[in-house]
Design a protein around this ligand. Sequence first.
Ligand code: UD1
Length: 424
Amino acid sequence: MDKFVIECGARLVGEVQTGGAKNAVLPLMAAGLLVDDWLTLTNVPRLKDIDTLCGLMRFMGAEIDGDPATGTLKVRASKITKPEAPYDLVKTMRASILVLGPLVARCKEARVSLPGGCAIGARPINLHLAGLEKMGATIEIEHGYIHIRAEKLIGAKIYLDAPTVTGTENLMLAAVLADGQTVIENAAMEPEVVCLADALNKMGARITGAGTDIIKIEGVTKLKPVEVEVIPDRIEAGTFMIGAAMTRGNVLIKDCPINYLETLAVKLKETGTTITEEEGGVRVIGDWPIRSVDFRTQPYPAFPTDMQAQMMAMMTISGGLSVISETVFENRFMHVSELKRMGADIKIDGRVAIVTGVERLSGAPLMATDLRASASLILAGLVAEGTTEVSRIYHLDRGYENIEKKLGGLGANITRVKDEAKKK
Ligand code: UD1
C-alpha cells in the first residue's frame, strides 16, 4: 500500500486550485442513467470514487467517455442492459446506492447490493427505501440485495426523519420521472443537492425548493441530455483553509466556494485566522497562538461532519481547550487514536471529544482510517516535529485529487512512497 511521508516545518504559502466536488459528481453521474444520450460533466476531478462509479455504470451497460486531462466526463445510458449493482462494486463506495432511484425510474426494476456498515457508523439507507416505497415501489431484501420494482413511480409526500444527503438525492432522481408531485420534507440542504437539482432542471425536470428543507418535484415524462459544470469541492477547499491556518501560512485558495463554508470561516476567524475574499479566490492567513474553539457538526449549513477531523487536528495545537461534538455519525473519531500517537491530548466521551492544545505534536507512523480522517493526519504531519508517515492512503485517493502535488506546491514536504510489492 502507498504511503505519504511528511516532514515538518513548512508554512503553506502560495496559491492552490480547488477541484470539482466529488459529492456533486456522483449524483450527477447517476442522473446520466435517466437519459439515453450523452450527459456531459465538466470540472470533474480524478478520484477513485468516480472511477468506481464509472465501473458500476459500465457494468450496467452505460458508456463512459471524456478527457480526464480537461476534467470532462461523459455518460451515455442509451440502454441499461443490467439494472444491477453487485456487492463487489458497492462495498467500496456507499454512494453507489445513488443508482437505486434512477434505475427503478428508468427500468422499473433493479437489484442493488445493500451497502452495509462502514467505519464511521452504521449508515443505514432505510430512509431511501421508505421514500421509494411511498412512491409505490415494492422492495424486497434478500441475500444482501435490495430488489426494487415499480411499474410506475407515483409522486408522494415524504418526510425524512434525518436530512440524509444521498437519500434526498436518490429520491429526487426517482421523482423527476414519477407521475405527479413529490414533496420531500426535512430534505438535505447541502450545496451538492442544489447542484443536482439545477442539473436536473436543465435536463427538463421541474424541481423547486432545493437548498431549503422542502423540495417539490413535478414529474415529467422525459429528460434531455445536457452539459453541467460541477461545483467546487467545499471540503477540499476547507481542508486547505485549515492547512493554511494551522501552519501559520498565507494561501490564496482559488475558486474557493466560501459561500458554502461560512460556518468553517466563522470558526477559523475565532481562532485568529484572517480570511479575505480576493479576485479569483479566498486568502487565508494563519496566526499563532491558535485560539481554541468549540464546534458541533450538524447538517448543512452548520459545521460539516466532513471537516470535523481536520479542524480537530488544528485544535490539537491550539492554546486552550476545545469541545467538539459529532452529531451526524456515531463513530467518527477514529483519527483520535492516531492524533494521540503524535502527542495530542484528546479525551472522548461518547460523541464529544475534548481537546487540550499541546505545544507541539511529534511525527509518528500513522494509519489512515477513512477519507477525511486521512486528511486530518496529513495536516497534523505538516506541523508535527520530525517525520510523519501516513499509510493506507487509498482512503485519501477516494476524495482528494493529487493532494501531495497541491500541498507540495504550497511548500509542504510531502512525498508519496509507492508500495514496493505493487511496483514488482
Ligand atoms: C453524505 C456525504 C458524506 C457526508 C454525509 C453527511 C456523499 C456521497 N457523501 O453521505 O461525505 O459525510 O453526507 O454530510 O454525498 N441516515 C439514516 N437513514 C438513512 C440515511 C441516513 O438514519 O436512510 C442517517 C445517517 O446514519 C447519518 C445521517 O442520516 O446519521 C446523515 O447521513 P447521510 O446524509 O445519509 O450521509 P450520506 O448521504 O451517506
